[in-house]
Write a protein that binds this ligand. Structure first.
Ligand SMILES: O=C(O)CCC(=O)C(=O)O
Ligand SMILES: [Fe+2]
Length: 196
């Protein structure tokens, strides 16, 4: 991970997360979805947050300190190790993490964007864990990530949202897009934040 981030600013780690933990997270996401605990995701932040069905059609459920489950805690513990390693190697000054479950229903997408909000230090590194045990080629919902910092065209990689795969990239550098999902697609997306 360190070598990849150093070299290119992004990395993909298949089978990164322990099967049992990923399985439990996937089951939680599914039941929360069925219970109606997700909300339409917005674009922008604070009072400027708006729903833009032309930009993104996913639904999210934030991880909240007051009701963290055992498997969420295990994932957060892993992320804490990653945060420390990133700080030690790149002096990023990552302070904490915020994240949410995301579900893209059939047909769901997220048009090309950068995760870092303008003029802000809040989202420095993006981390995504995919939770789709049954994902197969043809199911769509791949992450298209442009590999050259700042470029919105040119070279890119296509990342399959397979169970347990972890993706990590510098939030302000890499344009990315979620291609239309042909089946329901689940993940946990989050960000390490700088001093805000
Ligand atoms: O789920 C993904 O592959 C990417 C999600 C994303 O870009 C975001 O939530 O900002
Ligand atoms: Fe994003």
């Amino acid at each position: 991970m360190i070598d990849d981030i150093q070299r290119s600013g992004w990395c993909v780690l298949p089978d990164f997360m322990d099967r049992e933990v990923a399985g439990a997270l996937s089951a939680e996401s599914l039941s929360a979805w069925e219970e109606g605990e997700f909300r339409r995701a917005g674009v922008g932040r604070g009072k400027d947050l708006v729903i833009r069905e032309d930009v993104r059609t996913d639904h999210v459920s934030w991880l909240r300190d007051e009701n963290i489950t055992l498997c969420q805690q295990k994932y957060l513990d892993t992320l804490e190790e990653i945060r420390l390693v990133l700080n030690q190697n790149f002096f990023l000054g990552l302070m904490d993490f915020e994240g949410h479950f995301a579900v893209y229903p059939k047909g769901g997408f997220y048009k090309p964007h950068l995760d870092r909000h303008r003029n802000s230090m809040d989202r420095l590194v993006t981390v995504i864990l995919y939770l789709n045990p049954e994902w197969q080629p043809g199911d769509g919902g791949e992450l298209k990530l442009w590999t050259n910092p700042g470029d919105q065209d040119g070279e890119f990689v296509i990342i399959e949202p397979r169970m347990g795969t972890l993706v990590c990239f510098i939030a302000g550098d890499h344009w990315h897009e979620v291609l239309p999902a042909k089946k329901t697609r689940a993940s946990i997306t989050g960000w390490f934040r700088g001093r805000v």
